[in-house]
Design a protein around this ligand. Structure first.
Ligand SMILES: Nc1ncnc2c1ncn2[C@@H]1O[C@H](COP(=O)(O)OP(=O)(O)OP(=O)(O)O)[C@@H](O)[C@H]1O
Length: 235
């Protein structure tokens, strides 16, 4: 479960999140959408303890991220691709992440298989394609077999087979009772996988509900998105 309540974030004088609230529930995939600069990454960074919160709360599994006893077992996050040093091999990177959390080495080989990177595991990350980098980022998120997955633009750089594979993985995770929060600009793709949707613009929630509720009378998520983010619509 992810629970964000009245989250406010400022950068200097500028408020970028204005009392934002949202939930992502177990057994469901929640899509998180908004135009460039809406505040999606800021929200996820606050949720993952990477940025300081100015007011409100952002909880993963009922606690602030920094208070989690076993963070990688509770939440797996993929932000900005792999985050690995370019000269490191994919396998060495995952071993380093695993070692920091007491995760056994055999789990590294398991996740490499899971994301279909076993053949490239001994190559330096600088030789990886964009999609391979995404797969490595996902492998790191899956290391602790967490209940909660937070994925920022997960299909960025993936080929059609990779997109389908990611969709299946996300769906299976939710079907097994996991919580998935996915931020994406690919609205048609998101509509294939999301049960619930949160639309934000200018640091405020514009709509939240099931995919059907949010799409409402607009026909589809894309039409709803453009209607909801227009400056005339206020939360
Ligand atoms: N470190 C920072 N310092 C100052 N302003 C920032 C900082 N990080 C983000 N912002 C501002 O916060 C606002 C929200 O940015 P954020 O990256 O959260 O949006 P986003 O919805 O993730 O956008 P995108 O879809 O382009 O990734 C933007 O106006 C951005 O310029």
């Amino acid at each position: 479960m992810i629970t964000i309540d009245a989250l406010t974030k400022r950068h200097g004088e500028r408020t970028v999140l204005h009392g934002l609230s949202l939930e992502a529930r177990p057994g469901r995939v929640t899509g998180f959408v908004g135009p460039n600069g809406a505040g999606k990454s800021s929200t996820l960074r606050c949720l993952l303890g990477l940025d300081r919160i100015d007011a409100g709360t952002a909880l993963v599994g009922g606690r602030p991220y920094r208070e989690l006893r076993h963070p990688l077992h509770t939440v797996g996050a993929m932000l900005d691709g792999a985050g690995a040093h370019p000269s490191c091999t994919g396998r060495a990177h995952l071993r380093w992440v695993a070692a920091g959390s007491g995760i056994p080495r055999r789990r590294v080989d398991e996740v490499l298989e899971l994301v279909d990177l076993a053949d490239a595991a001994r190559r330096p990350v600088r030789t990886y394609s964009l999609g391979m980098g995404q797969r490595l980022g996902l492998a790191a998120a899956l290391l602790g077999d967490p209940e909660i997955l937070i994925l920022d633009e997960p299909v960025n750089g993936l080929d059609p087979a990779g997109i389908r594979w990611m969709r299946d993985l996300v769906r299976k995770h939710a079907c097994a009772g996991g919580t998935v929060l996915v931020s994406s600009h690919m609205l048609s793709e998101l509509a294939e996988v999301a049960d619930d949707v949160v639309v934000i613009a200018q640091g405020r929630v514009r709509a939240t509900g099931t995919l059907t509720e949010v799409a409402g009378d607009h026909g589809d998520l894309e039409e709803a998105f453009f209607a909801l983010i227009s400056p005339e619509v206020q939360s």
